[in-house]
Design a protein around this ligand. Structure first.
Ligand SMILES: Nc1nc2c(ncn2[C@@H]2O[C@H](COP(=O)(O)OP(=O)(O)O)[C@@H](O)[C@H]2O)c(=O)[nH]1
Ligand SMILES: [Mg+2]
Length: 351
């Protein structure tokens, strides 16, 4: 899972990247550097205590300090193709909005509007290019798939023309898959971070309820002070608690963003255990046991037989697999089984 931080110049993107990665900005972080952040998981840590494995592997989220986006960037082509490419391959965006004074007017809603518009324009430009190519090929390649694609793209274009993001487009059978192939920016999930200064961070609740009224209701919003969070991320652990109390920070932004990202992306985790390795695996909610097996190894997908499964709560209740079997909570699930969050799974696969 790959998340890009984007926002206006000076909104605090690099500061937020520092808060999430614990890497100091001055250490010359190259633009677009990707860091991996472990997803904290108490269940995994408790299992690791039981199994005492050689390795404990948390699920990871990749984050990069991707792009500054300003009004006119798409039209004037002032955003690098590389940055656009990075954004297209992202699974989600963190859009940071400035709510602290830097001498320029503070207007987070306008900053949101600008980026939203650039996304729409970028998607429109991409569609127009593709349509042009389809029309040029004209009669030569008049097959149904191309015609379907054309119809879908025209539908997208009409939607974008009404200034609506593609994330709100109703798709028919088969269109969804076709649409995903384009990696449209306005289709991706987004999280907003309203970046306020250290003096107003204690009014986060008020800021949040005020700003919520002005932004689309379906986008999750976090209010934080990236600067304090960046300091916190670089602090020795024993000093963190006092600092957090002093500034009224209940959870670090790193923790909050990870939680929010998992929710926004619809991720759940299944667990594998053993003496070699205990590990948490992120999957999309609703995934089948066979698809989940495939995230471990394609062989597990191709030669899937059964998934030995115990729920995490059952496992902690009975303490080990043998007791789980006795209690009848250890199950052999088939390939259609829908994996649940916290399932402890061992895949049986053929040779
Ligand atoms: N007061 C305050 N200033 C901040 C905060 N975050 C960033 N800044 C300041 O804004 C400037 C730009 O931040 P930076 O992270 O480099 O912005 P970027 O251009 O979006 O990467 C820096 O001088 C920071 O000190 C914040 O949370 N509070
Ligand atoms: Mg920066």
């Amino acid at each position: 899972m790959y998340i890009s931080i984007i926002g206006a110049a000076g909104s605090g993107k690099t500061m937020l990247f520092q808060a999430l990665s614990g890497i100091k900005k001055d250490n010359g972080i190259a633009p677009n550097t990707i860091v991996t952040v472990d997803v904290p998981d108490e269940r995994l840590e408790r299992l690791a205590k039981t199994f005492n494995p050689k390795k404990t592997v948390h699920a990871r989220i990749e984050i990069s300090d991707t792009a500054t986006i300003e009004e006119g960037d798409v039209k004037n082509e002032t955003i690098s193709p590389k940055a656009i490419q990075k954004m297209r391959t992202s699974d989600a965006f963190i859009l940071i909005l400035r709510h602290f004074d830097n001498g320029l007017p503070v207007d987070p809603v306008a900053e949101f509007g600008t980026i939203f518009t650039e996304f729409i324009l970028s998607d429109m430009a991409q569609i127009e290019m593709r349509l042009e190519r389809i029309n040029k090929q004209g009669g030569k390649k008049d097959n149904t798939i191309v015609q379907q694609e054309k119809a879908m793209l025209e539908k997208c274009l009409a939607h974008l023309n009404e200034e609506k993001p593609l994330s709100t487009l109703q798709t028919l059978n088969g269109e969804g898959k076709m649409l995903r192939g384009f990696q449209f920016l306005s289709q991706k999930p987004m999280m907003l971070v309203v970046n306020c200064d250290e003096m107003t961070v204690d009014k986060a609740e008020t800021i949040l309820s005020d700003i919520k009224l002005l932004l689309p209701g379906d986008i999750p919003i976090i209010v934080a002070c990236a600067k304090l969070e960046a300091e916190l991320a670089l602090m020795p652990p024993e000093e963190c608690a006092d600092f957090m109390i002093e500034y009224g920070i209940k959870e670090t932004i790193r923790y909050r963003i990870i939680q929010l990202a998992c929710r926004t992306l619809g991720l759940i985790f299944f667990l594998t255990v053993g003496e070699d390795e205990c590990r948490a695996w992120p999957i999309k909610r609703g995934m089948s046991a066979q698809d989940a097996a495939g995230t471990i190894h394609t062989d597990f997908y191709n030669k899937f037989i059964r998934a030995e499964t115990v729920g995490y709560d059952d496992f902690t209740k009975y303490g080990n697999f043998a007791e789980c079997k006795k209690a009848g909570v250890w199950r052999l699930e088939g390939k259609e089984y829908v994996v649940k969050d916290g399932d402890i799974i061992s895949i049986r696969a053929g040779n």
